[in-house]
Design a protein around this ligand. Sequence first.
Ligand SMILES: [Zn+2]
Ligand SMILES: [Zn+2]
Length: 287
Amino acid sequence: MLPYKTIDEASAALGRPLTALETLWFNYSATKSDYFIYCHNILIILLIFTCAPALYVLLEHLSSLADNNKIQKYKIQPKVKFSLSEKFRCYRDVMRMFILVVGPLQLLSHSSVKMIGIRTSLPLPSLGEIAAQLLVYFMIEDYTGYWLHRFLHCNKWVYEKIHRVHHEYTAPIGHAAPYVHGAEVLLDGIPSFLGPAMAPGHMITFWLWIALRQIEAIETHSGYDFPWTPTKWIPFYGGAEYHDYHHYVGVQSQSNFASVFTYCDYIYGTDKVFLQLVLFLYVEFLF
Ligand SMILES: [Zn+2]
Ligand SMILES: [Zn+2]
């Protein structure tokens, strides 16, 4: 809830007129409690995991109806096919886990979000501030997530009891990005929360972080490696093919642990087998 009753009052406090976005934010949030605003998180998560993977399903379905090889040639594991009902089952299971585990956690975690200093107040952050914070969040999440993921594979008991669920899909699909054991949802939340905790920003930045991180995970698990995806322009970005290999190898996988970038696997030598395979395929392609 904002401490101003009118836009004029808010402008006077800021010492300048509100921007168009700040006016929108004022009109939406001025009378709503911080708790209510924070609870939008779960809606954002549910919305993204309903819409983003559905785009891949639609694309795949339409291309198969038209027998269109323009899309299918970018499928990373073309021999593996899932029916619509199998995809829906994955979506249903993920949604159930979101509602039973993530939802209650969101409802209970508002005090920690408030404590670390995520604000809903005016002024809104600049685009530069948002971009810098998102970059920091991605870097922190990637580095800590790398070690968490490596731990989930290195400890046999933890792998069998927890991480094996995520590896049920040896050829991942968008819906399977958050297809994990309930305990892993809680563990995965730690690297995601560390960035905002270390460099707290505005609630809008926090929402953008949640949205972009989920979209990135869905793209990485989509099973398609499209050459036109904008993420191809991001240096050291792993992408779908990189993480698909991790799933393809399955239980034995000791490679490609990083969730977003490739530098951790390079530094700690956990991409050697993958790079050898890429080199082998490239040489085979040439000759
Ligand atoms: Zn794994
Ligand atoms: Zn995965």
